[in-house]
Design a protein around this ligand. Structure first.
Ligand code: B16
Ligand code: MG
Length: 212
């Protein structure tokens, strides 16, 4: 086997929370009179909550204190968490479920490496609460992607060497993080066009052959 472990990004790889992030940020942006659309939302992929808000504030004509920024990002998260309650195990695509099982059967360790502080909640909603061998997320890092910390910690939790781990990502910042951490990476979705990945996947199930 080419790898000993696979570390998955969560949002955009295992599940799709984009629309909920969009709805929650849109509510905050509307309240502040800031223009916000799906294209700007796309730039928030894999980026931390506060960094996401800074991107939204690029179109804000005023000055905002640090305290206000915390208030607005807290509000966004409250709206977002309410929306996440709509997620159920049916939101886990069959292809993802079957591929995870197949990788596990091959003896690979499986982990999550997500910038999100809501990763545990989302995994619970998907019925994957206890599924992964390790979860490294926004709660155990001080630097978010493209810093490698979240993936380096995941490898540590798994007690594996980074060079033996494959990272699966949907965002450029995530691919950069994996490379900076000394890991090979597989791109899914829009991340394929970055040209940064070791593997560019046309489908999630291709992981079965990539790890061989
Ligand atoms: P939260 P990932 C990332 O998750 C999302 O892609 C990004 O849009 C979000 O801002 C970030 O998590 C922080 O999420 O507000 O829930 O802590 O793609 O790294 O799994
Ligand atoms: Mg992602």
């Amino acid at each position: 086997m080419r790898y000993r472990a696979v570390i998955f990004d969560l949002d955009g790889v295992i599940c799709h929370t984009d629309k909920y992030h969009y709805m929650a940020w849109k509510q905050v942006a509307d309240e502040l009179g800031i223009y916000f659309d799906e294209t700007i939302n796309h730039r928030l992929r894999g980026v931390s909550r506060m960094e996401s808000f800074e991107i939204i504030l690029e179109r804000f004509d005023g000055v905002m204190s640090g305290e206000e920024k915390i208030q607005y990002t807290t509000k966004k998260n409250e709206v977002y968490k309410e929306l996440l309650k709509n997620m159920t195990p049916k939101d886990l695509p069959d292809e993802v479920r079957d591929t995870l099982s197949a990788l596990r059967e091959k003896g690979l360790k499986l982990a999550i490496g997500s910038s999100s502080k809501n990763a545990g909640f989302i995994l619970g909603q998907l019925g994957l609460g206890d599924y992964f061998d390790a979860v490294s997320d926004g709660n155990n890092i001080t630097h978010s992607k493209p810093d490698p910390e979240v993936f380096v910690k995941a490898a540590q939790f798994l007690e594996e060497n980074p060079k033996d781990c494959l990272v699966v990502e949907d965002a450029k910042a995530g691919l950069e993080a994996a490379k900076a951490g000394g890991m090979e990476c597989a791109a899914v979705g829009d991340a394929v066009s970055c040209g940064l990945a070791t593997w560019n996947l046309a489908s999630f199930s291709e992981l079965r052959t990539v790890v061989e």
